[in-house]
Design a protein around this ligand. Structure first.
Ligand code: F6R
Length: 611
C-alpha cells in the first residue's frame, strides 16, 4: 500500500530519496515525507511534487548534504491524509524517526499506556507509537538496535519499517512483518525499499527480507536478525529486470503503455512453456509438486478484483480442458468462511503483486488446512510467490498503473497453460492439445490487431464520454469479461458500471435500461452467440444504446449495435484475451478523455496490503 525508500552511503541522500519515492508513487500517494539526519523533517499532504516544493521552501537544501535518510509515501489507513499524519513520525526527543507500511493492530492500548507515561503525540497514526516506544528504550540506555527489537516484541500487526536515529546517522534499521522490504546492496551504499523498482537503477543485487526479519543497514554492511536474537543469512539475489521497463516509454500514461505491451506479455507468459508438436504445456515451476498434482481432485482459485476475474476464466478453462472441478472465491470471503479442504485440494492464488493481503491469508489458511498451495504471481520474490508450495510466474514485467491490464492477460494465458498441463495428463487428447497450443501461439499477433483499433475505440469512447452509467454483458467465456470490463471502467473513470451475465439481465438489470443507459455487449461469434444476440435485441427494444465487441466479419451484428469494436476470430476459449484488450482500451480512452489521472485513480493503490 504505502511506499518506503531509504538510502545510506556517501552521496547526497536527498535527490536519491525523492527519486526513489517518485518511482514508488503507484503504491500509495495521499501524503509524503522525508527525514535526513542533520536536517528538519519535511512532510506534506499530496505526493512527491508537493514534497519537492516544500523541501525547496524549507531551505534545508542549503545546509550541508546528508548521507542517509528515510522517505515514505502514504495511503491513509489510520487518520486523515494530512501533513500531520504523513510519515516519518517522530518521538518526543526529536531523535527517532519511523516510516511504516502496514498496520499496528494493538496501537490503541500501546498509545494509551504511552500517554499515561507522559508522551505527547503529534499525529493520529498507529505508527507514531513505535517512535515513542523506541524512545523509551533509548532513554533507559539500551542501544538503537535493542530499543527497536524491544519495541517490535510489543506490537501486533503488519509492518515494513524504516527507522532512523539522529544520533547514529549512518545506520538505518528496517523490519518486515507482512509488508514487503527489499535491500539493495551497492558498493559503499545501500538502499531499502518496499519493492525492487526504485533500487534497480542503482544496483541489481538485492536481498528480500522474510517476515520477522530485522536488518541493520549501514553504507558498507547489512546484518539480518530475528526478534529472538538469532542472526540469519539471507541470500543476495541478482535481478535481471530492466529499469526502463519501469518508465513510461513515451506513452501518456503507464496504463496505455502496459496495454500496448500485450503481444510481448503474451509471448513471455508462453516462452519455453509449450511443446507444440505434442500439444503439451511444460510448467517448470510445478515440477517439484508433480506427484501431488496428479492426485488433485479439486482446485480452489482465490484472488481479488481483476485477479479474481482471471480466476473465473481459470475455472472455465481448467474444467473445460482438464475436467478437474474448480471453484473460484474472493480471497476476502474464503479466508473467513471456514471452507472445507480435502487432502487432494489445491488452492491457487492469483495475484499480480503477490502481496495482496487477503489473497495471501486465503492461501495461508488453505495451506494450514493441508491444501497444496499454488500461485500465479507476477512480482518475483513477493510473499505469495515465496510462501506457496509451487507456482508459475507471469514474467509480465513491472505493472505500474494501478489498474491491472497486462497482468490480467498474462494470468489468463498462464491459466490456459495450466488447464492444458493438467488436461494432457488427464482427459485432453493430443489433437485438442495441439489445437490449443496453435491458437495460443497466434495470440500475440491477434493482440496487435486489436491494438491497431485503439484510435477507433477512442472515437467510440469519446462519443460516450458523458454517460453516467454502463451495463456490461457477456455469456460463457465473455461473462467474466463483462465483470472485468465494468471494473476497469469504474475504477479509472469513476463512471458507474455494472457487469452481469447476459442471461441474468432479465432478472433485474434490464430495468435500468433506457436511451441514456448504454450497454457494452461482449458478443464474439462463439457457441452462445445467438443467445447473446437475443439479449442485445431486448436492450435495443428498450431504446438502450449498444456498443458490441464482435468477431471480424460479423455483419449481422452491424444492424443491432450502434457502435462496434471488432476483434479477430480465435479459438472460443481464448477470445477473452482479445476482448480484454478492447475493454481496457475503451476504459482507458474514456477516462483519459475526461482528463483524469488514469494511472493513479483516487482512493486506490496498486498493492493492497491491508484487509
Ligand atoms: C483492477 C485491479 C485490482 C487488482 C486487485 C488484486 O484493475 O488492479 O482489482 O486486480 O487489487 O491485485 P493483485 O493482483 O496484485 O493481487
Amino acid at each position: 500500500m504505502c511506499g518506503i525508500f531509504a538510502y545510506t552511503g556517501e552521496k547526497d541522500a536527498e535527490p536519491l530519496l525523492l527519486e526513489g519515492l517518485s518511482l514508488l508513487e503507484y503504491r500509495g500517494y495521499d501524503s509524503a515525507g522525508i527525514f535526513m539526519p542533520g536536517k528538519n523533517l519535511v512532510k506534506t499532504s499530496g505526493a512527491v511534487t508537493e514534497l519537492r516544493a516544500k523541501i525547496s521552501k524549507s531551505g534545508i537544501e542549503a545546509s550541508a548534504p546528508s548521507h542517509s535518510g528515510i522517505a515514505h509515501l502514504r495511503w491513509a489507513t489510520h487518520g486523515e491524509p494530512t501533513e500531520k499524519n504523513a510519515h516519518p513520525h517522530v518521538d518526543c526527543t526529536g531523535d527517532v524517526y519511523v516510516a511504516h507500511n502496514g498496520i499496528i493492530e494493538n496501537f490503541r492500548e500501546l498509545k494509551e499506556a504511552l500517554l499515561k507515561r507522559g508522551h505527547t503525540f503529534k499525529s493520529e497514526t498507529d505508527t507514531e507509537t513505535l517512535a515513542h516506544l523506541i524512545e523509551e528504550g533509548l532513554t533507559v540506555g539500551k542501544s538503537f538496535e535493542e530499543s527497536v527489537v524491544e519495541t517490535l516484541r510489543q506490537v501486533r500487526g503488519t509492518y515494513g519499517l524504516l527507522i532512523s536515529y539522529a544520533k547514529e546517522p549512518d545506520t538505518i534499521i528496517t523490519a518486515r512483518m507482512g509488508s514487503p522490504v527489499v535491500l539493495g546492496i551497492g558498493n559503499g551504499e545501500n538502499f531499502i525499499a518496499s519493492d525492487a523498482t526504485p533500487i534497480l537503477k542503482h544496483t541489481k543485487d538485492v536481498v528480500f527480507l522474510n517476515d520477522g526479519d530485522i536488518a541493520i543497514v549501514t553504507a558498507n554492511s547489512y546484518r539480518v536478525r530475528t526478534l529472538k536474537d538469532e542472526s540469519i543469512e539471507r541470500p543476495k539475489e541478482t535481478l535481471d529486470w530492466d529499469v526502463s521497463e519501469a518508465s513510461r516509454g513515451g506513452y501518456p500514461h503507464f496504463m496505455l503503455k502496459e496495454i500496448f505491451e500485450a503481444p510481448e506479455v503474451l509471448r513471455n507468459a508462453m516462452r519455453g512453456r509449450v511443446i507444440a508438436s505434442e500439444g503439451k504445456a511444460k510448467l517448470g515451476g510445478l515440477e517439484s509438486v508433480a506427484k501431488r498434482l496428479e492426485k488433485i481432485d479439486r482446485i480452489i482459485i482465490v484472488g481479488c478484483g481483476t485477479a479474481y476475474y482471471a480466476g473465473l476464466l481459470g475455472e472455465y478453462l481448467i474444467e473445460n480442458l482438464a475436467g478437474v472441478p474448480v471453484e473460484v472465491e474472493l480471497a476476502s470471503e474464503f479466508r473467513y468462511r471456514d471452507a472445507v479442504i480435502g487432502k487432494n485440494t489445491a488452492v491457487l492464488a492469483v495475484s499480480q503483486s503477490g502481496e495482496t493481503l487477503d489473497t495471501l491469508e486465503a492461501m495461508r489458511e488453505a495451506k494450514r488446512k493441508g491444501a497444496l498451495s499454488l500461485g500465479i504471481v507476477n512480482a518475483v520474490g513477493s510473499t505469495i510467490a515465496r510462501e506457496t508450495d509451487a507456482g508459475v510466474y507471469n514474467h509480465a514485467g513491472p505493472e505500474i498503473s494501478v489498474a491491472s491490464t497486462k497482468a490480467f492477460l498474462s494470468q489468463v494465458t498462464v491459466l490456459a497453460l495450466l488447464g492444458l498441463f493438467l488436461g494432457r495428463s488427464r482427459k485432453l487428447s493430443e489433437k485438442k492439445g495441439i489445437e490449443l497450443v496453435e491458437a495460443l501461439e497466434k495470440l500475440p499477433e491477434l493482440a496487435e490487431k486489436v491494438l491497431a483499433e485503439s484510435d477507433a475505440i477512442k472515437a467510440i469512447a469519446t462519443k460516450y464520454r458523458t454517460a453516467r452509467d454502463f451495463l456490461y454483458i457477456g455469456r460463457k467465456w465473455s461473462y467474466p469479461m463483462a465483470l472485468e470490463g465494468a471494473i476497469k471502467l469504474k475504477e479509472i473513470s469513476y463512471v458507474h458500471a455494472e457487469g452481469t451475465g447476459a442471461g441474468e439481465m432479465k432478472h433485474g438489470p434490464i430495468a435500468m435500461i433506457d436511451e441514456s443507459f448504454p450497454t457494452l455487449a461482449i458478443a464474439p461469434k462463439d457457441s452462445v452467440y445467438e443467445k447473446t444476440v437475443s439479449n442485445i435485441l431486448e436492450i435495443r427494444a428498450r431504446k438502450g444504446p449498444v456498443i458490441a465487441i464482435a468477431t471480424e466479419g460479423d455483419t449481422r451484428i452491424e444492424e443491432l449495435a450502434e457502435d462496434l469494436i471488432y476483434i479477430p476470430d480465435v479459438l472460443e476459449c481464448l477470445s477473452p484475451v482479445l476482448s480484454a484488450i478492447a475493454l481496457q482500451l475503451f476504459a482507458y480512452h474514456l477516462a483519459a478523455g475526461k482528463g483524469l489521472n488514469v494511472d493513479k485513480p483516487r482512493n486506490l493503490a496498486k498493492s493492497v496490503t491491508v484487509e
